[in-house]
Design a protein. Structure first.
Length: 99
């Protein structure tokens, strides 16, 4: 079995039964009884950014290799959001997760 992506590794071994509900084409929710805590402190910012699939075409194309996708000049992710190619709300969610 493949090693789970770091973003989801925090769930391994905690949940005995989980159910995925598809709300619409782009929205899903996981009901995971017994899960008391969810944290991403062990996940790097680049791994979190990679979990946002709509960011992937732009990752690695920023002016600076250590870009945090906040205010840096030449940030490909920010430029994509400003051009409407990435939903700004999703970019905002990313910023909240990596605070």
């Amino acid at each position: 079995m493949n090693e789970p992506h770091p973003v989801w590794r925090c769930l391994v071994g905690l949940v005995t039964h989980a159910r995925l509900y598809h709300l619409d084409e782009h929205s899903h929710i996981i009901d995971s009884p017994g899960l008391q805590e969810f944290g991403l402190a062990h996940v790097s910012e680049p791994d979190i950014a990679h979990a946002f699939v709509e960011f992937r075409p732009y990752l690695g194309h920023c002016r600076f290799s250590n870009c945090r996708h906040r205010v840096e000049p030449g940030c490909a992710v920010l430029e994509a959001a400003m051009a409407g190619k990435i939903d700004r709300r999703r970019l905002g969610t990313f910023h909240k997760l990596v605070r």
